[in-house]
Design a binder for this molecule. Structure first.
Ligand code: XIL
Length: 302
């Protein structure tokens, strides 16, 4: 195949990109998206501060724009994200435990029902674990007021809200085997044992010199898949350039293809100039939408 999405589809996978609604009017941006990708994740437009800035008042315009575009092209859509400590409006942190529980469940339900049957997979909970060796939960209004059970509650609410969507837990620094990924692994194992609804685990895969592609990346994806969930590479970007960057992208692509339950890869942006990284060139297309060596490596590996 001659595109990332086409080549991935031939292997039963998707190849997606994080998309910003305000770039869709830039014709080479939209053309590259439409030619190369068969899945999208709204980069910011479905986050809590974007859709429910004040309590129980929902704004779906920018997210709807991305969903409409993607549906028109037959692309899969990953919903990102329902419950996260970041990009969370201040009013949420000010609630009592009882009110927070009700606000969390209302948020999940209203957002998922708005997109009912349109979303392939939702990141129901994002980044709930701490970095480092403790394997502990990260402090957040949800964790601090509702305790460990907030994740389970969010997944149960999500299943009821849209039974068609796959429900994912998503995090970073969980790409190799370490204390943090072990903690997520144990949670997923417990959820599967107790019948808590979870269908997939997302591995953000933001890599750089300090945090390169782990040597045990594929084994780590495989051990999660063996728990009976799909795995997805959800926010891939790799700092660097040239052959070294291309080699890392190739390894990530090969790792996903080697794991039968790895259903797809999403890169966190299209051209380097729109990367969330303040500097550097972590994506597959240069600022003029030229294909980088990393692009060629991924396409060849698919
Ligand atoms: C980032 C976006 O790319 C930026 O535009 C925004 O300013 C901050 O969030 N982990 C996630 C993503 O789950 O939602 C983040 O996206 C990157 C880290």
């Amino acid at each position: 195949a001659s595109s990332l999405g086409g080549a991935a589809a031939a292997k039963g996978r998707y190849f997606g990109a994080a998309v910003a609604a305000n770039h869709l009017g830039e014709s080479p941006y939209a053309a590259t998206l439409d030619t190369e990708f068969n899945a999208v994740t709204p980069e910011n437009e479905m986050k809590w501060d974007a859709v429910e800035k004040s309590r129980n008042s929902f704004t779906f315009g920018p997210a709807d724009q991305i969903v409409g575009h993607a549906q028109g092209k037959g692309m899969k859509i990953r919903g990102h994200t329902l419950v996260w400590h970041s990009q969370l409006p201040d009013w949420v942190g000010g609630l009592s435990a009882t009110e927070l529980r009700s606000a969390m469940n209302n948020h999940i339900t209203k957002v998922m029902q708005h997109y009912q049957a349109k979303i392939y997979a939702w990141d129901v909970v994002n980044e709930a674990f701490q970095d480092g060796n403790s394997g502990a939960r990260r402090s957040s209004p949800f964790q601090d007021k509702l305790g460990d059970g907030f994740i389970e509650e969010a997944f149960r609410t999500a299943r009821a809200a849209d039974p068609n969507a796959k429900l994912c837990y998503n995090d970073y620094n969980t790409d190799g085997q370490n204390a943090k990924s072990n903690a997520v692994y144990n949670m997923v194992k417990d959820f599967k044992a107790r019948g808590v609804p979870i269908d997939c685990v997302g591995f953000q895969s933001h890599f750089n010199g300090q945090s390169p592609v782990p040597g045990d990346y594929q084994q780590n994806l495989q051990r999660f898949a063996a728990l009976g969930v799909d795995v997805q590479i959800t926010e891939l970007d790799i700092e660097g350039s040239g052959t070294a960057q291309a080699d890392s992208y190739r390894r990530v692509t090969q790792a996903c293809l080697a794991v039968s339950r790895c259903t797809g890869i999403t890169v966190w942006g299209i051209p380097d100039k729109y990367s969330w990284r303040a500097s550097g060139t972590p994506l597959l297309f240069d600022d003029n939408y030229g294909k980088k060596p990393a692009y060629n490596a991924v396409l060849a590996a698919l």
